[in-house]
Ligand binder design. Sequence first.
Ligand SMILES: Cc1cc2nc3c(=O)[nH]c(=O)nc-3n(C[C@H](O)[C@H](O)[C@H](O)COP(=O)(O)O)c2cc1C
Length: 231
Amino acid sequence: MSMDFYEAVRARRSIRNYTDQPVPKEVIQRALSAALLAPNSSNLQTWGFYWVKNPEKKQKLVEACLSQRAARTAKELIVVTAEPGRWKRNRARMISELDRAKAPKFMYPYYEKLIPFTYGFQFLAPLKWLIFNLVGLFRPIVRRPWSPRDREEISIKSAALASENFMLAIAAEGYGTCPMEGFDECRVKRLLGLRFSDRVVMVISVGEPELTQGVWGAQIRFDPKEFIHEV
Ligand SMILES: Cc1cc2nc3c(=O)[nH]c(=O)nc-3n(C[C@H](O)[C@H](O)[C@H](O)COP(=O)(O)O)c2cc1C
């Protein structure tokens, strides 16, 4: 690693054209390890990172990404998924990990009672909505997740944070990435054998940026005053 954090943040751009230079596998491995360290909701780690290496699958993935140049010229392709259905399995694993991690006692009821109530009992979804909103009339209360859609959203947030960790790590290593949502999700899911409830959050291409067409112009951002609110 050669860059400091802010250098890596500034160096990261979306790369739409890569050279033929391969990316060392250690670079991808280190960046994937960084992705796994991202903050994630309730530490349930309901995400997946598919490093597509098989040449036939890779070709199909490029086609599923509409053969866009950022995918076509990429040396490596990573599919980041949200897998909300994993909450049950990972909750049980968390409970067994708490002992090993010498976690504080109050964390047990969180995983033993609160997570199953909010994530499970989907047939009670309207009732949960009602309970949250009735209690919310009198005191602050977290109002989601009460529906499968909320569970999905929570997993997508965490997977997106992991994606950014991955891309910043790759930038710090001196390579380029492009996050893509321009893909056919049904085809990508079929290709990877994903479940119905899984979502493809991003396909991330990786490679050495090509100097003339790699980056499409200077980075455009609007006036920070429009977005940063000190209230
Ligand atoms: C969720 C998401 C999906 C994106 N999908 C695509 C895509 O399919 N193809 C593409 O060329 N760029 C894609 N981009 C890249 C954006 O266009 C890019 O981040 C934006 O124009 C800002 O440029 P910069 O990343 O160089 O700062 C995507 C970015 C994000 C965060």
